[in-house]
Design a protein around this ligand. Structure first.
Ligand SMILES: Nc1ncnc2c1ncn2[C@@H]1O[C@H](COP(=O)(O)OP(=O)(O)OP(=O)(O)O)[C@@H](O)[C@H]1O
Ligand SMILES: [Mg+2]
Length: 276
């Protein structure tokens, strides 16, 4: 069996004494998969992502990339961060340059690419998130959603193998959401590994291959969305059931179609209703 692209085993971490932010969190992310991490505020999702990118180092437990344990020294870290791009939850933590293009071009320039190629990549990334026309704008003039788009572009421009995005849909408007989803579909088709933390369970329901639930710093459930997100004990785990899961459970109870069916799109739901 091949090792997952990224694995985290029993990670423990505390920011301050007496309070474990992670208390035995585990993840296995197969190459090319779409993974969604859900769970309530304070569950440890962002903290786990900071471990995946080796910004934080666990107190106990181990992380591995392609089966190789993380090392917290220079060469390993720079190679890891080229392969695994992290979009922070708060774009103000990510963006630092004066203007949009300078910010996005910084990563590719740092990879040692020629200036022309670095700018080409940065512009393509800005185009993908619908921010090319803002390339010359000062970052501090942007709205929160625009900053989020630029932060995503900064990671896209690095062309990593895996994109780890902390609440990528938060603050995005409908056009922003549409272009993000199109970009993710294109990246998935190109074989990239995509990991998100999200409170948008309806999106996770249709999009993810694997869902992890984090609560109290622990991984409390993992599996396909139909198995995890439709669970009757979802409230105790800190997430809402997706609308389609709720609707299907109600229709199943009414005998409208098999009670255990889990349509992931409206089209699948309609097909089940028509079959009956
Ligand atoms: N910089 C920090 N310093 C101290 N404690 C922190 C810090 N960041 C997070 N924590 C604590 O660690 C725990 C996990 O927080 P984390 O931000 O990882 O949760 P989350 O699942 O990402 O939540 P959210 O859904 O709100 O983004 C919380 O108890 C939080 O208070
Ligand atoms: Mg978070």
């Amino acid at each position: 069996m091949t090792a997952p692209l990224i694995a985290a085993d029993n990670i423990t971490f505390r920011y301050r004494p007496g309070n474990l932010a992670l208390d035995g969190a585990s993840l296995a992310i197969p190459a090319g998969s779409r993974v969604a991490l859900v769970g309530p505020n304070g569950a440890g999702k962002s903290t786990l992502f900071l471990h995946i990118n080796a910004i934080l180092r666990p107190l106990a437990g181990e992380l591995r990339y392609q089966g190789r344990p993380y090392r917290y020294g220079g060469d390993f870290l720079s190679a890891l961060r080229q392969k695994v791009g992290l979009v922070f939850q708060d774009p103000d933590t990510q963006l630092f340059a004066g203007n949009v293009l300078d910010d996005v071009v910084f990563g590719p320039m740092n990879l040692g690419l020629a200036a022309g190629e670095a700018v080409r990549r940065a512009e393509a990334a800005l185009d993908a998130v619908g921010m090319l026309e803002h390339r010359g704008s000062p970052v501090h003039f942007l709205s929160q959603g625009q900053k989020k788009r630029v932060a995503i572009a900064g990671v896209l421009a690095m062309e990593p193998d895996a994109l780890v995005m902390d609440e990528p849909t938060a603050a995005l408007d409908y056009p922003g959401l549409t272009s993000l989803k199109d970009t993710l579909a294109m990246l998935h088709a190109a074989g990239k590994t995509l990991v998100v933390a999200t409170h948008d369970v309806d999106w996770a329901w249709t999009w993810a291959d694997i869902v992890y639930v984090l609560a109290g710093g622990k991984t409390v459930a993992a599996g396909p969305p139909a198995e995890i997100l439709a669970r009757p004990d979802h409230a105790a785990l800190g997430f809402a059931r997706p609308v389609l899961a709720e609707l299907s459970a109600a229709l199943g109870k009414e005998g409208a179609f098999p009670g255990d069916a889990a349509p992931r799109t409206c089209a699948e739901l309609l097909a089940l209703l028509r079959k009956k």
